[in-house]
Design a protein around this ligand. Structure first.
Ligand SMILES: Nc1ncnc2c1ncn2[C@@H]1O[C@H](COP(=O)(O)OP(=O)(O)OP(=O)(O)O)[C@@H](O)[C@H]1O
Length: 512
C-alpha cells in the first residue's frame, strides 16, 4: 500500500501481505536454523549495553588470542629467503618451501643429542599444502629396515603432549645421505631448554651450579649461594606440577603402546602458548640407534628404555626445580635434592627421589598418587581455557554469519548491470535493500557528521538475518519517500535477489 502525507510518500504492506510474508519467513527460518527466531526476539541485551559505548572490541575475538593466532599464522606462512640459504634444495621428497628453524650446523663435529648432526626445517607438503616440521639427520645411512616397525607404531600414536610423527624417508636432496623425520608443525614453539635454562647473558640467566667448584671458599658457602640464587629465580611449584602432569601423560601412552621416548631432554621438549608441552623427537632414537646386540629380546630392551625414560624425567624435574641443567650431574645431585627439599613440598621431593631410584622397577602409573589432587586443578584450568576459547569461537561464528549476509548484500547493492538490465539494482526489491544499506551504514547526525555505531550495524544485520516482524523506516536519498518495511520482508527481498544473482552465476562460485 502507498499513502501520501504532506508530500511524503509512505509505502507499507497490507496486513494480509505482511502476515503472509512474516509467517513464510518465520517458517523458513525455523526450518533452516531451528529456533533461531527465538534467539533474536529483539535487541540482544549486550547490544543495548554496548550502544552506550564507543568501542566494538567485545564483538570480536579477544586481543591476546587474536595476536597469538596472528603470530602463529605468520610463522606458518613464513617463506624461505633463497638468498639467505642458497644451498637448500627446492624439493625434498614430497616437501618444498624449506625454512630452517635454527642455524644449520656447519661443523660436522657439532653433534646433537642424538649423536648425529641434525637440523630442523619448516616445509610445505607439495600435494596437501600443509606445513610440517622436518628433522633431518645428516649423513645417515639406514642399515636395517627392521626399525621401521617402530616408525609405524609411532605414527599411530596420537596425544596432545606429543608431536606426531607423520613419515620417515631417506633422501639425497641435501647432497648427502640424510634421513628425514616428518612431524606436525607447531608454530612459535621453543624448547624447554631455551625457555627455562637459556644460558645467554641477554636473558640474565646464570646457572647456579656453574660456579667453579674449585674456587677457594668453603663448600657450605657455595651451597648457600646456590640456594639463594635458586630461591630468587625458582619456578612456581604449580608450573612444575603442570609440566609433570603433561609429561607423565605423554609417557603413559608411550609406555602403554610398548614404546619408549628415549629423548626426554630439555632440547627435545617444545613449549607453546599456555605452557603446552610436547615431546618433539619421537621415533628418532629407535631408527638411529640400531641395537642389534639385544635384538633377540626387543621387549626387554624397550622395558629398559622405559626405565631410562623415568630416570630422565626425574632429572628433568630436578633440573627445573633447581633452574639448572648442571644440577643433575652426579656430583651435584645431593646438593640439588637438598635445595628442592628446602624450597618445595615433600611431594615434589618424593617424586624426584622415586624417579631417581633406578634400583627399583618404576612405573609411570605409580606417580599418580604423588600428583594427587593437583590433577583436578590442571583439569579445571584446561576446561576453563576451553570455555574461554569456545566463547571466542561463538563470537566469530556470529561474525561469520553476518559476513555471509554482507556478501549477499554487497553482491546486490548497486550492481552496475544484471542480465542486460542496467537498472536492476535500483528497482523493486533491490531498491529497498539499497535504502536498507543506507539505513545501516550511511546515517548521519543532525549536524551532518557520519554516525558510526557498531552495535546498530550488528543489531540491524541480526534482525535482517532472522527476518523478525519488526518494522523499519527507510528513507530515500532525496528524503522525499519513506518506506515502512519489516525485516522479514527485507530478508525475503535479499534471498530472492541473491538467488537471481546466484542462478545467473557459474555454479562453482556460490556463496551460501
Ligand atoms: N614440531 C615442531 N614444530 C615447530 N618447531 C619445532 C618443532 N620441533 C622443534 N621445533 C623447534 O625447532 C628448533 C630446533 O629444535 P631441536 O630439537 O633441534 O632443538 P635444539 O635445541 O637445536 O637441539 P639439538 O641441539 O639436539 O639440535 C627449536 O627452536 C624448536 O622449538
Amino acid at each position: 500500500m502507498m499513502e501520501n502525507v504532506g508530500g511524503t510518500t509512505y509505502f507499507y504492506p497490507t496486513s494480509a501481505e505482511n502476515s503472509v510474508t512474516t509467517n513464510d519467513t518465520l517458517s523458513s527460518v525455523n526450518s533452516s536454523v531451528g529456533s533461531s527466531y527465538q534467539v533474536y526476539p529483539g535487541t540482544p541485551s549486550h547490544v543495548t549495553a554496548l550502544k552506550s559505548k564507543t568501542g566494538s572490541s567485545s564483538f570480536f575475538i579477544a586481543e591476546d588470542t587474536r595476536m597469538d593466532i596472528l603470530n602463529r599464522n605468520a610463522l606458518t606462512l613464513l617463506q624461505p629467503d633463497p638468498g639467505q640459504f642458497p644451498d637448500l634444495p627446492q624439493d625434498v621428497d614430497n616437501y618444498h618451501e624449506l625454512c630452517p628453524l635454527e642455524p644449520i650446523p656447519t661443523n660436522s663435529l657439532q653433534k646433537a643429542l642424538i649423536g648425529y648432526q641434525a637440523s630442523m626445517y619448516k616445509a610445505t607438503h607439495i600435494k596437501t599444502g600443509t606445513r610440517h616440521c622436518l628433522r633431518r639427520i645428516h649423513g645417515f645411512r639406514l642399515q636395517n629396515t627392521k626399525c621401521m616397525t617402530y616408525v609405524d607404531m609411532w605414527k599411530k600414536l596420537i596425544h596432545s603432549n606429543i608431536v606426531q610423527l607423520k613419515e620417515v624417508f631417506t633422501t639425497k636432496a641435501f647432497g648427502d645421505n640424510s634421513m628425514v623425520f616428518v612431524y606436525d608443525f607447531h608454530p612459535g614453539s621453543e624448547t624447554l631448554l631455551t625457555k627455562h635454562f637459556a644460558s645467554d647473558s641477554m636473558n640474565g640467566y646464570v646457572d647456579p651450579f656453574a660456579t667453579d667448584p674449585s674456587a677457594p671458599r668453603p663448600y657450605s658457602h657455595h651451597k648457600n649461594s646456590i640456594l639463594r640464587h635458586q630461591q630468587n629465580n625458582k619456578l612456581p611449584e604449580a608450573l612444575i606440577w603442570n609440566y609433570i602432569i603433561q609429561l607423565t601423560s605423554a609417557l603413559r601412552i608411550i609406555h602403554v603402546a610398548g614404546l619408549a621416548c628415549r629423548s626426554l631432554d630439555p632440547t627435545k621438549i617444545i613449549i607453546t602458548v599456555g605452557n603446552r608441552l610436547r615431546l618433539s623427537c619421537l621415533g628418532v632414537m629407535d631408527v638411529i640407534i640400531n641395537d642389534t646386540s639385544t635384538a633377540s629380546n626387543p621387549v626387554g630392551l624397550i622395558q629398559h628404555y622405559q626405565q631410562e625414560d623415568l630416570t630422565s624425567l626425574g632429572k628433568l624435574v630436578l633440573a627445573l626445580a633447581c633452574k639448572s641443567t648442571m644440577a643433575v650431574q652426579r656430583e651435584n645431585i645431593s646438593t640439588a635434592v637438598e635445595v628442592v627439599t628446602r624450597t618445595y613440598t615433600t611431594d615434589l621431593r618424593n617424586l624426584i627421589m622415586y624417579l631417581l631410584s633406578p634400583q627399583q622397577r618404576r612405573s609411570v602409573t605409580d606417580l599418580m598418587p604423588m600428583i594427587g589432587a593437583r590433577f583436578y586443578t590442571q583439569l579445571d584450568s584446561v576446561q576453563t581455557r576451553t570455555d574461554v576459547l569456545e566463547n571466542e569461537v561463538s563470537k566469530e561464528m556470529e561474525n561469520g554469519r553476518l559476513f555471509r549476509l554482507l556478501v549477499k548484500l554487497g553482491s546486490i547493492n548497486e550492481r552496475p548491470e544484471f542480465n542486460m538490465d542496467g537498472t536492476w539494482s535500483e528497482t523493486g526489491d533491490r531498491y529497498m535493500l539499497k535504502l536498507f544499506r543506507d539505513y545501516v551504514f550511511h546515517q548521519v547526525t543532525e549536524d551532518g557528521r557520519p554516525w558510526l555505531d557498531m552495535a546498530h550495524v550488528v543489531q540491524c544485520l541480526n534482525k535482517l538475518d532472522t527476518g523478525v516482524p519488526e518494522k523499519v523506516c527507510l528513507m530515500s536519498r532525496d528524503e522525499q519517500s519513506i518506506l515502512v518495511v519489516s525485516y522479514a520482508e527485507l530478508k525475503h527481498c535479499l534471498e530472492q535477489s541473491y538467488d537471481e544473482v546466484l542462478n545467473a552465476s557459474a555454479p562453482t562460485d556460490n556463496v551460501t
